[in-house]
Write a protein that binds this ligand. Structure first.
Ligand code: KIV
Length: 263
């Protein structure tokens, strides 16, 4: 996909939308050669790439640098750049400067978490010609308020609040929205109620598409195995073995050989 309009087309035709996160050029080159529909340069970069305990540590410079790196490697993909912690809560001008930076770095749209208190900002970004993806349910930037990375919308009241926020984000002009870690029946209900495509993570099979963190689906962290992640590779094991093999070859003096040397 190369445009936000294609999200609606896919939804209308009933074709699921696939999205993965990506933060760097070499992974982006691989994704560019796959059938994946779009790339999220998520603020999960803060945890996955920088080792921080939450996405609260992402900032505009970090996100801009990751978007720039991904855009270099994936020229054929639609790229969504995450607006980091509080960058949409500091006033319209700094927010629009953030959007400007992400778009100039190579994003085709931006994503921001939550709805209450910044619906006007969402509308303003949309009316400025920038497609906006919403993000509801478990909004990791609010981890300190949510008391951890927990499933959201289990009770009637919180489910209603998420549904109301989804309708409000659609009304504000979002072209799509992520539903993270909410019960599958609620994700289904929201998807049915909206004209806007939903992209689920940990929210069951009834959304318009699915997203996973690239490093989770590649099995890069053996200590992290949440229920909703399907591992397609033992990336950690494969890469560790390759590095161990190199170490062994160096220490046994079997690397390099003549054909790997200049004569
Ligand atoms: O930052 C991120 O990777 C995300 C996804 C988990 C949806 O927001």
């Amino acid at each position: 996909m190369k445009s936000a309009l294609e999200f609606q087309k896919k939804q209308a035709s009933g074709d699921p939308i696939s999205m993965v996160t990506c933060y760097d050029t070499w992974s982006a080159r691989i994704i560019n050669d796959t059938e994946i529909d779009c790339i999220l340069v998520g603020d999960s970069a803060s945890m996955v790439m920088h080792g921080h305990p939450s996405t609260v540590h992402a900032d505009v410079d970090m996100m801009t640098a990751h978007v720039r790196a991904v855009a270099k490697g994936a020229p054929d993909k639609f790229i969504i750049g995450d607006i980091p912690f509080l960058a949409h809560r500091k006033g319209l001008q700094p927010l629009m400067e953030t959007v400007d930076k992400l778009m100039k770095a190579g994003a085709h749209s931006v994503k921001l978490e939550g709805a209450q208190g910044h619906l006007d900002e969402v509308s303003h970004i949309v009316q400025s010609g920038v497609p906006v993806m919403g993000h509801l349910g478990l909004t990791p930037q609010s981890v300190n308020q949510l008391g951890g990375f927990k499933v959201q919308g289990k009770g009637e009241e919180t489910a209603r609040a998420i549904m109301d926020d989804a309708l409000a984000l659609e009304n504000a002009g979002c072209f799509s929205m992520v539903l993270e870690c909410i019960p599958a029946p609620l994700a289904n209900e929201i998807t049915e109620a909206l004209n806007t495509p939903t992209i689920g993570i940990g929210s069951g099979p009834h959304t318009s598409g699915q997203v996973l963190v690239l490093h989770d689906l590649l099995g890069m962290d053996p200590s992290f195995q949440p229920k909703f992640v399907r591992r397609y590779l033992d990336g950690y094991g494969l890469i560790k073995n390759a590095i161990d093999q190199f170490d062994e070859d160096v220490k046994s003096k079997s690397f390099p050989v003549k054909k790997e040397s200049f004569v």
